[in-house]
Design a protein around this ligand. Structure first.
Ligand code: SIN
Length: 348
């Protein structure tokens, strides 16, 4: 009888544990409008980004405690236009450390201006299938109808969901789920500021429930060979924007002379470059510069002629210039060979 009672007790305890088991989610805060504030509830511009701390962000959305066991960590508190390699490396290393130490998922609060670059950087450097979700806001925390709290709730709901595993790094904004590779900021002020022009959104979050409608095709996270564990800096890569009469090549030469190892050209159309600019780039490529051709057009892939490929021009495929820059930086940690770098652009 005693044995039977013990068994029933053990069974009920295990059942209770199973029901109560909530994922452990770390919220890493980096700043942005979600942590922004101004002394007027009506103002949605002119505020200071990155002033509210991680504990206040967590406290503002008590409902996330029902979804997960939450911990907070302040990685930085900046306007994301000031994002830099040091913070990227710190984030990647810390997320890999947290995953190795039992954290189930990570949510990163981030400014929206460069969120797509950080998301893609982490998509190429995190060594785990566990969910990583970036979230921000278009209105500061002080505004009436601030979008940050709902976005944060959605990000935690997404990170806590079983469906979020092995999807690569994602962005949760305005009820949408977007992939790190596909996401682009497409509006400067509207709360519906993010979409994936080439790919479509991954899915939606509705009342805390997660719905996926799209699949990730490209290789990501633990299957990507870039390893930042021992890195303290990244190769210098810059972007050159193409426009009419863009013929002098002065900027390209100056960048190269000042230590730039790679240039991404935001070409016109499907990646065309003014012939005079192109001639300068060809000269610099002979001296060791790697050049990736992307496009200033929002959607579609670039088309590079075979002759240009033979000269060493690398196609960014459908990556926009700012994301092509991220991949070129990481590619240059492994090789300078344009053919090998082209393979990375086809895969990731
Ligand atoms: C920023 O990117 O830090 C400011 C703008 C924003 O978060 O929307």
């Amino acid at each position: 009888m005693r044995k039977l009672l013990l068994c029933i007790f053990a069974f009920l305890s295990i059942g209770a544990c199973m029901v109560q088991a909530k994922p452990k989610i770390a919220i890493l805060a980096t700043g942005g409008t979600i942590a922004g504030s101004i002394d007027s509830a009506l103002a949605t511009t002119g505020y200071q980004a990155g002033v509210v701390g991680v504990e206040a962000l967590i406290k503002a959305v008590p409902q996330i405690q029902d979804l997960a066991n939450i911990t907070g960590e302040q990685i930085a508190n900046i306007d994301s236009s000031n994002m830099n390699d040091e913070i990227w490396l710190k984030l990647a290393k810390e997320i890999n450390r947290l995953f190795a130490n039992g954290i189930d998922a990570v949510v990163i609060t981030h400014g929206t201006d460069t969120m797509e670059e950080t998301a893609y950087f982490l998509n190429l450097t995190i060594k785990s299938d566990k969910p990583v979700v970036l979230v921000g806001a278009m209105r500061p925390s002080s505004a009436i109808s601030a979008d940050g709290p709902k976005n944060l709730y959605n990000a935690v709901a997404l990170a806590a969901s079983k469906e979020a595993k092995a999807k690569g790094v994602m962005v949760a904004m305005n009820d949408k789920i977007l992939s790190a590779r596909g996401v682009v900021k497409t509006h400067s002020l509207n709360v519906d500021a993010f979409s994936s022009p080439d790919f479509g959104d991954l899915g939606y979050i509705v009342d805390g429930k997660v719905f996926f409608y799209n699949k990730i095709i490209k290789t990501h996270t633990k299957n990507v060979p870039f390893d930042v564990t021992k890195l303290t800096n990244l190769p210098k890569v810059d972007i050159l924007y193409t426009y009419s009469n863009d013929g002098s090549g002065i900027a390209a030469k100056a960048l190269f002379e000042n230590g730039t190892k790679g240039i991404v050209v935001a070409g016109s159309g499907a990646g065309s470059i003014h012939q005079d600019q192109k001639n300068v780039l060809k000269e610099l490529m002979q001296k060791g510069l790697d050049v990736v051709v992307s496009s200033r057009v929002m959607a579609g892939r670039v088309a590079i002629s075979e002759a240009d490929q033979k000269l060493g021009f690398i196609s960014a495929e459908d990556l926009n210039p700012q994301k092509a820059r991220v991949l070129l930086m990481l590619a240059l940690t492994k090789t300078k060979d344009p053919k090998k770098i082209q393979e990375y652009f086809l895969k990731y």
